[in-house]
Design a protein around this ligand. Sequence first.
Ligand SMILES: Nc1ncnc2c1ncn2[C@@H]1O[C@H](COP(=O)(O)OP(=O)(O)OP(=O)(O)O)[C@@H](O)[C@H]1O
Ligand SMILES: [Mg+2]
Length: 310
Amino acid sequence: MTEKSVEAKGICKMYKSLLGSSTTILDNISLDIEAGEIFGLLGPNGSGKTTLISIFSTLIYPEAGSLFILGMNARRDKGEIRKVINISTAKPNFPWSLTVRENLRHYGMLYGLYGSDLSRTVDDQIEAFELGDFRDKRFEDLSTGIKQRLSLAKAMLNHPRLLFLDEPTTGLDPDISMKTRMLVKRIHEEENISVILSTHYMPEAEMLCDRIAFLRKGRIVAMDTPRNLKKHLCLGERVVISYQGQADTAAIEKLPGILGLKAQKGRVEISIDRGEESLDQIIKLFSGAKILDIDIKEPDLEDVFIELAR
Ligand SMILES: Nc1ncnc2c1ncn2[C@@H]1O[C@H](COP(=O)(O)OP(=O)(O)OP(=O)(O)O)[C@@H](O)[C@H]1O
Ligand SMILES: [Mg+2]
């Protein structure tokens, strides 16, 4: 049986102020992440995502709880764990005056590579992450997108079994963000690794993650697949009807299962919690009008986020 990527039970993290008072940053976090999963951490600013990633990647210790990473004890076996994990964060910072190739060689050496192994691995990563045109450019002269790609290439140098990505697309334009997401998807598929990523972008979580945990004030307030999260929160499907003529929109609001309604001339937007039954009754109220278009939209994660962040 393959071991889980993460087995965390009752993780608590506190920070003490200079005056001695302590603040709880993570409160009783328990979660299991299966091998091969892409697991998303979502939550408002300051909810504890980076702190949790720092704990899972053995950079800091929790005050309480037990933690196993890839079947190894996070405190006792941190040396072994660090050989098989890696991390890439938003706005990466590398030695500024070193080129892309020199930076990758620098990290490769830190990971114990040397000689022809080091050169081959660095060249492979330059090719895999399409960094060939930038290999001799200094870090300080790179665009934000290329810096992020270099950071991902660096994170794959040791062929990790578990990759941490803390906001991998923050600060990138929509096009480069999408390319970065595709890259993460490709790495995950080709290398068959587990990925734990934090993000503020709902489409990113929806596109990449098998499961998501929502953090709020250091606690997990929901954890499930993106699809189930939307379902369990009873966020309604949104039905938009465009029409010509007269329709009794006030009567729609009184129908069972209607969560909300916005009406304007020729267009009504309805939130319903039970698909077809209510839809059938809604349509009947348009008998005196000509329906031009019906658009039915599932709720997206953005709605889930707003609901949970409250
Ligand atoms: N070294 C530290 N000392 C004291 N408090 C800290 C320290 N590091 C983080 N915190 C606090 O812990 C809380 C959680 O921070 P964290 O960076 O984990 O949140 P986050 O969810 O990653 O936020 P963001 O979305 O803004 O990146 C914040 O209130 C932060 O101020
Ligand atoms: Mg953070």
